[in-house]
Structure formats: C-alpha cells, structure tokens
Design a protein around this ligand. Sequence first.
Ligand SMILES: [Zn+2]
Length: 379
Amino acid sequence: MKVISTMLLMACVCLYANAQQQKKAPNIFIITTDGLRWQEVFEGANANLVNNKMYVEDTSLLQQLYNDSSTEKRREKLMPFFWNVIAKQGVLYGNRHYNNKVDVRNIYKFSYPGYNEIFTGYADRRFTPNSPVLNRNRNVLEHLNSSSDYKGSVVAFSSWNIFPYILNEPRSNFSVNSGYEILPEEDSANITLNNVQDYVKHKTHTRYDLLTCFAAKEYIAAHHPKVVAIGLGETDKFAHEGRYDKYLMHINNVDKMIAELWYYVQTDPFYKNNTTFIITTDHGRGRRTNSWYKHHLFVKGSGEVWMAMLGPGISPAGEMKDDKKIYLNQVAATVSFLTGQSFEKEAGHSIGGALPVQAAPALNLPVAQPAIAGKAALK
Ligand SMILES: [Zn+2]
C-alpha cells in the first residue's frame, strides 16, 4: 500500500513538473500580412500614390487620413501600434534608407514560396504555384507540435485558403483554419461565426481578415494555445486590385488587429510577459508608381520585405539603422531558438540561422549567434 501511494505521489510530482514546464515554455505568435511593402511600414503613405486618381477614389480624404509632411508622423498615422509600441519595446528590421534590409531567399517572390520560406526556413528552388499542393518540406510549427512542451498546443488561422497545404495540415497534425472553412461548433462563438461566413456573398480565396482574426481570438481565449500562426491576406488583395486607398486603410486595420491581440496577450496571465510576436510578410511589391500593386520574379522590389519582433528575449532596439541584411528564411530558426527546440537538426533541409535574440530566461539558454557557417548569416 505504501509503495503504491509513493508511486502515485511521484507520478503527481512528475505531471505537475511537466505542466509547469509546459506553462513556462515561451509562447510564440507568428503573424503575417500578405504582400505589405516595407515602404508603407517605414515611410507611411506614399505622397505620389495618395494623390493618384488611378489608385485612389477620394484623394483629399485619404490625405487627411494618412498624409503628413513628416515621415515619422506619416508612418505613425498609418501604423500607430508599430511606431508607438513595437518601435519602443521591440525591433523593426527592413528600412532600406539605412541600408537595413530584409530579403526573401527564394527566387520566385510570390506567396507560396514566401510562406514556405517563413515556416520551413528553407528557400525551396523547386517551383510550387499558389495552388493546393501539399508542401514536402517540414515546418517549424509541426516540429513544435511534436515536442513535449508544445504538443497539442499549436494552431493556425489564415485568410488565404492555401495555408493548410503550405503547412501540410494532414501531416503536421495541428488545426489550420483557412479561407471560408467552417469552424468547429463545439465553441459557441463559432456558431455565430459560421453564420456570418455563410452570409458573405462573394467568397474569394481570401476570407475577410476581420473574420480570421475574430476566429483566432476566440480560439486563443478558449484554449490558450502556446504557438499561434495568423495569416492575414487582404493587404495583398487590395494591392492587386490597384486600390491604394483600400490597401492603406487595411494596413491601418492590420496594425489595430495586432495591437488588440498584443493587448489581450499582455492582460492574460497565461500569456503575459511570456509571449513573443514575430510579424512579417511573404513578399514585397514593385517600387514604382506604376508597379507598386504587383509582384513577381521580374518586378523590382518584390523580394524586399520587413520584419518586426516584440516580446521577452527581443531587445528594445527599435528601428534598426545598421547596414545589415537578414532573410525571411531566418524566422523558423529564430522560433526554434526562442522555444529551445532543435528544428535545425530535424528539419531535413538546410535552414537560415536564428536572428540574434535572447532565449527565454525559463529555458536558460545562451544568446543566438547571428552568423552560422553555411547558413544564412547576417550580412
Ligand atoms: Zn502573397
């Protein structure tokens, strides 16, 4: 009898220790907004474009909303959370005016290869179109979902309906809710959400970001997943439509959605001070007045992107002004490093090196070394 009770006690201690360890392991949110140019992030509204009747219906109203003669004020008007919070408490890479660059590593410069690069750390040279093709490459989210610290605690929501293929949902074994896919109705809010989705008349391959964000927030509040990927899509949609007005207004919405999410995280005891946001985009777009709306291999500027990070382990360096280049394929290793998991060894393909971030104190790991031989180094 005594042996049994001792064994029970030991089992309880182990379970408790495991739960504590799982609670301590840092939470990671990867948020992407499709095809948002670094120019709008760092310069705010473009003076030529806000005035251009080809791309803007009401130029004077749009100027009232987002224009200013000062670059600092302009970008803050457009993205107040980025410039009032991230620029002070986190880090922003990619202002090319300082020669601080973030580039994609893949040669194609459109969405599937871009997201593949973000989540797998691997700029695949094999061509995969923006279509429902299951990704061959292993991603960092499925790696985390197979670890003891993160098992069953990984989820993804996206507006674009190709994410379940890019993240290879059947193989990865975590939920990826995308496009106008029905949400599981065991969560009561989802019944309402499914009704709203039903009402959307002209369903495209990209769900309203507001609905994606709402679904993600409801899930986060109910289940407290430790790793969350949120893929927003309308920035790209409005740009492809050549609507600079809608593109700008939506950038402002995206900034607000991220602000609300951060506010939620920092006021929830489960997430507070143990959650890092990594925010980026899958590709750039043209640099010119006549090319800003498009992007591909032959449009100059399509490989130029940006990245923002906020949370424990991220130094409050703000807007980076040093002459350096980082790559989109460094996100996966950075996530792996922050979570103390060894994705590099198990990815099965080469991956870009981690950015110089500090591992969470709970894990007691060293600072990531920026330059790793044979991998994408900071340069
Ligand atoms: Zn895209």
